[in-house]
Design a protein around this ligand. Sequence first.
Ligand code: SF4
Length: 273
Amino acid sequence: MEVVKTRYVGFCFGVRRAVELCLKEKASAKGTLYTLGPLIHNEQVVERLKALGIIVEEAAERIEEGTVVLRTHGIRKEEELVLRKKGLRILDATCPLVKRVREHAISLRQEGYKVVIVGREDHPEVKSVLSYLDNDAIVLSQYERIRGRRIGLVAQTTEELGKFANIAKRLIEEGYEVRVFNTVCMVTRLRQREAREISKQVDLVLVLGGKASSNTDKLYNVAKNENPCSYKIETKADIEPEWFKGKRKVGLIAGTSTPGEVVEEVARVVKSL
Ligand code: SF4
């Protein structure tokens, strides 16, 4: 089987930075090391961190000592207040591009715009941004009418750029005054563009990433739109040989929290089919 990989695979800089920060801290820290929620959306990597003794704690209230690493998606304002009140040592692994969404949203609100976030309300990144706006914002995933005329528009970093642009266009067409910050992260944009191109050129597409990974879901949507023969998998264990009957060329696309070695393992298995 011929395998075509996208140019951009392996961790994005935000995920690499967070994982390296954790590993470095674990190697040197004396006390207990926590992450508040999973550091990234990749189960295999999170399990590896746990195996090193790093504790994944879901509730800030339950952490009483040690060092806390803030996840790449950011934490909620209330959680940050709890950690700071307890005087715990905090290492911030929030991706700078996620922080950018928060900063733009806060400044838009201060300027009197109704903040609208294009994204998923249940995603930790969006929950984090909302909390720093005191929940005074609207989250939507498709165009809808909004009360008020001045809209400040931002996107979850992993949002599909085309969808975000369409919502912005529709709001303008409907007569709203719209201030737009394109906060879709550039890594996501590049991977989505490559996913679109590669999916057209192959017989079958495998999209690799964690089950909870939003950017992997978006890559899968992009691939599926171009090539109905697209499958989302987490590791080589999810590969079903019957998918490949009558196929010759396979495209490999990976989410930003999928380790490079997982992509290589899958490539090896597919080549041998
Ligand atoms: S996908 Fe983009 S926003 Fe998310 S961690 Fe990576 S660089 Fe940061």
